[in-house]
Design a protein around this ligand. Structure first.
Ligand code: 5GP
Ligand code: MG
Length: 179
């Protein structure tokens, strides 16, 4: 059962997130300047706010698609065994693809998703994660672009949940349990 006795301390403000996304969008535009139409793939559900803000900063032709991989359930620990729960709707063979993830933690999810999509022979596959917890890594993988490196804290907000709550917070906050 998820605990309900917690408070959320702001860690990254909505303003800082917006400024970082503006800078990331410039880098991504430069990297994909020759691309006819970039397929931006959001990993459900945690990346839905990030992808919405990111694509609106991108001055590129984009197609938006979504992939869902199994994750934490309602708990706070990675399952390590990753399954694809919902596949893409579109084709990515021969196309340029940007995978958008909320958090890279142990690295199992992103590495599994990258292998899964690489098997379809995209022209270029790149990854972006809003948050990175390098101290938690178990699989040797790093997103091509990262918004913020954060310490080993359980975070919520800006699309990211605890037991399906708090996704609608405009900032990233850390969960602190209280007695
Ligand atoms: P990994 O497979 O890298 O261990 O975990 C990646 C996934 O775990 C992320 O996409 C995210 O859904 C979830 N996750 C990792 N850290 C946190 C966290 O601090 N808060 C929440 N809510 N989910 C997290
Ligand atoms: Mg996720």
């Amino acid at each position: 059962m998820p605990r309900t006795d917690y408070v959320i301390d702001e860690m990254i403000s909505a303003k800082s997130i917006a400024a970082r996304i503006e800078a990331l969008a410039k880098d991504i535009e430069a990297a994909f300047s020759g691309t006819e139409k970039l397929v931006v793939v959001g990993l459900l559900r945690g990346s839905f706010v990030f992808i919405a803000d990111l694509v609106r900063e991108l001055d590129l032709n984009v197609e938006v698609d979504f992939l869902e991989a199994s994750s934490y359930g309602d708990g706070m620990e990675s399952s390590r065994e990753v399954r694809i729960l919902k596949d893409l709707r579109g084709e990515i063979a021969g196309r340029d693809v940007l995978v958008v993830e909320d958090i890279v933690d142990t690295g199992f999810t992103l590495s599994h998703v990258v292998r899964f999509l690489e098997s379809r022979d995209p022209a270029r596959l790149r990854t972006i994660a809003l948050l990175d917890k390098p101290s938690r890594r178990e699989v040797d993988i790093k997103a091509d672009w990262t918004g913020f490196e954060i310490p080993d804290e359980f975070v919520v907000g800006y699309g990211i949940d605890y037991a399906q709550r708090n996704r609608n917070l405009p900032f990233i906050g850390k969960v602190r349990f209280v007695e």
